[in-house]
Design a binder for this molecule. Structure first.
Ligand code: GCU
Length: 681
């Protein structure tokens, strides 16, 4: 059945026979010396992929014997043929890059996939497969690729009981009960999928961590997963609960400056590396939402991070220390708190620490301005944290293609070193010349047959990986690649689906949180609307805290007359958002508190504009559904129906948002609905 299990690695035979014949001329056999598990993985993938796509089992042998049409893959170390080619471009490709090159060797036309390392060869193999999967030419190839970011990591928020925090695609992939003995095929397919898009690390456990993962009960299980992922170039990381020395180490304290605590973490790191020699390191959520941390002992985040960094350093491990901190006990706009806390620590972190910053200042909203920390800590490598799982974006029920969201943040200009100081350049290290760089995506993957619950959740996993590799790719191109590999390469199909995907995120913003509204979702589960939520133990967990709507006005004043969160940005950004003349409507209520009668540039009042956006959002579902129905001929029944049914739910819920938010905000504004806006039921 076509459940979607194969993701974008489908390798079904290309229908067009002429095209197949053409491909077979250039790709008639595979030549690779499988002297390592990684080269074996590349060979398996090329064999399976090309044979499937081209409808013929391709001969496989060593690079010693080539023919016209051979695909020759390897490194100078694995293959004397490749060594003999003395490829100039290899010099600049580092340890993950690769080249794909059509050339004539001993009078024979061949295709070379070459890299300095085995994993580079694997990445190059996937690239070649992608070209065929998306029906691109493979003659006259001259491609060189290397990733712009060093650590490209998934964050699984998976608990040891296999529930997944903010996971909507079933239970955790990691079957701790059956590990280490039982290794599911799914682990291998997970590794293949990630390698195909260049993801090179995975944090197996929830940021709200359980210290048991660091015990002898679990470490052999972690090692078993690491062994499966290793050939695919993927390192395993774990979350470290800061109080572990107390909970599993029987110490009285977890104070980072305490000698016994330091020794405990050093010993623990040594122990982990005995199980997993290439263990990646720790991801830490500390002093955030009730998690323990260095501040419990009056120490700073830097002192906490450095404790773990010192323990990992002898093994080349890294610490990804999260900046997602806020407290209701601090009388300060939540927007500002991470910056206030972390900026003063710039320069105090060890060399093997990255500070991992969520894309926006609050929490993975449908739209957020970029976090002001990007650009504010030049001495510290900042790791981007995106959320792939759609906690606030309709979870696994709504079709939302998130590449435009990711791009919007990456392309945003911080102006900290003048025009062109984009968030992407902060994150990739080029702006401040950092060798360490990274990006994390909170995974949307579970044990559902199709991995991500919504089939289009796969596109977000895919897009995250592609942008992690190269943030300069366009959302459109990534959508085209994904639809071509996942469904069909028929141009009309790709163009229509691209259009639908490209609009999907803005549609959602319109029916959920238009004009810069944020965090008005239902309490705690964050699924449906909840702008009325007011009476909660913490103000920052109410919706009112964020929209502040009353009979006169709506929005959060973050200019100098309000919380002045804008002061955390560089002057250009501050002015751009702070000035009503330039602040785009998309960010209006993020930064301004305005009367309902405020005139928008379009001439309508704020109340009218808000109502119209909700209307547009809800109405956007009909064309989306009609668009999908038209694509039925190109999609197998099972996957077509999955999406069709979810779109029907999404439509109902878009109207639910429309009705609930308009009814609520009208109860504040007391104004009539403008023409064309459907009154809430
Ligand atoms: C959000 C999410 C939590 C999660 C937290 C985090 O607040 O709702 O479930 O633990 O982010 O990123 O740490």
């Amino acid at each position: 059945a076509e459940s979607g299990y194969r993701l974008w690695m489908r390798y079904d035979q290309i229908n067009d026979e002429a095209l197949r014949t053409q491909y077979l001329k250039s790709l008639s056999g595979i030549r690779i010396d499988t002297i390592s598990p990684t080269l074996k993985a590349a060979s398996d993938e090329l064999g399976k992929g090309l044979s499937g796509l081209l409808g013929r089992t391709l001969g496989l042998s060593s690079t010693a014997s080539i023919e016209a049409g051979s695909v020759v893959a390897g490194t100078p170390a694995s293959s004397s043929l490749i060594r003999g080619l003395k490829l100039q471009s290899l010099a600049g490709l580092g340890d993950e890059g690769y080249m794909l090159s059509s050339m004539v060797h001993n009078g024979k036309q061949i295709t070379v996939i070459a890299a300095n390392t085995d994993v580079g060869v694997l990445y190059g193999s996937f690239h070649l497969l992608r070209l065929v999967q998306t029906q691109q030419p493979v003659v006259k190839l001259s491609i060189v690729e290397k990733p712009l970011l060093k650590h490209r990591v998934l964050n699984h928020w998976d608990n040891l009981d296999r529930t997944v925090e903010r996971g909507y695609a079933g239970f955790s992939l990691w079957n701790w009960h059956l590990l280490p003995g039982y290794l599911q095929q799914r682990y291998i397919d997970y590794a293949r999928a990630n390698a195909s898009i260049g993801i090179n690390g995975t944090v197996l456990t929830n940021v709200n961590a359980n210290s048991l993962i660091l015990t002898e009960e679990f470490l052999p299980k972690v090692a078993a997963i690491a062994n499966v992922l290793r050939p695919y170039g993927i390192k395993v990381y774990l979350t470290a609960r800061f109080s572990s020395p107390i909970e599993i180490g029987k110490l009285k304290t977890a104070d980072p400056l305490d000698e016994s605590v330091k020794k405990w973490w050093k010993d623990k790191a040594d122990e982990i590396y005995r199980h997993i020699p290439d263990f990646g390191g720790f991801l830490v959520k500390a002093n955030s939402e009730g998690q323990p941390g260095p501040q419990n002992y009056g120490r700073s985040h830097a002192e906490g991070a450095n404790l773990l960094a010192d323990a990992l350093a002898p093994h080349n491990g890294i610490v990804m220390w999260r900046a997602f901190v806020y407290s209701h006990e601090v009388d300060e706009d939540r927007f500002k708190q991470a910056y206030n806390e972390f900026k003063p620590l710039d320069g105090q972190f060890r060399k093997n620490v990255l500070v991992q910053v969520k894309n926006g200042p609050i929490d993975f909203q449908p739209r957020e301005p970029f976090s002001p920390l990007f650009g504010a800590m030049p001495k510290t490598p900042l790791m981007m944290e995106f959320q792939i799982t759609q906690e606030y974006l309709g979870q696994a029920t709504h079709l939302v293609y998130q590449a435009p969201l990711y791009k919007e943040v990456l392309d945003a200009d911080t102006y900290v070193k003048g025009k062109g100081s984009t968030v992407a350049r902060v994150v990739d290290g080029s702006l401040d010349k950092h060798a360490l760089s990274g990006i994390a995506g909170v995974a949307n993957i579970g044990d559902d047959l199709n991995w991500t619950g919504h089939l289009f959740g796969q596109s977000n996993w895919y897009a995250f990986g592609r942008l992690a590799w190269n943030h300069q790719l366009s959302s459109e191109n990534i959508a085209d690649e994904w639809t071509g590999m996942t469904f069909s390469n028929v141009p009309e199909f790709k163009v229509s689906l691209r259009g639908m995907m490209m609009k999907s995120r803005e549609n959602l913003v319109n029916y959920m949180t238009p004009l810069g509204l944020h965090h008005i979702m239902g309490w705690d589960h964050h699924y449906g609307p909840g702008p009325w939520i007011k009476d909660k133990p913490r103000m920052d967990w109410t919706s009112f805290y964020y929209h502040k709507a009353d009979s006169v006005a709506i929005g959060f004043d973050r200019t100098a007359s309000g919380s002045n969160a804008l002061s955390q940005y560089s002057p250009q950004v501050r002015k751009f958002y702070g000035d009503l003349k330039t602040c785009p409507p998309e960010y209006l209520l993020w930064f301004h508190r305005l009367p309902w009668s405020h005139r928008m540039k379009t001439g309508e009042s704020l109340w009218e504009a808000l109502s119209q956006r909700y209307q547009q959002g809800a109405e956007s579902m009909d064309p989306l559904i009609a668009g999908w129905n038209k694509l039925a001929p190109y999609v197998d029944q099972e996957r077509f129906d999955q999406v069709r049914m979810l779109l029907a739910i999404q439509k109902k819920e878009a109207w639910w948002w429309h009705d609930a938010c308009l009814a609520y905000f009208q109860s504040r504004s007391g104004l009539p609905f403008p023409q064309g806006v459907t009154p809430p039921k």
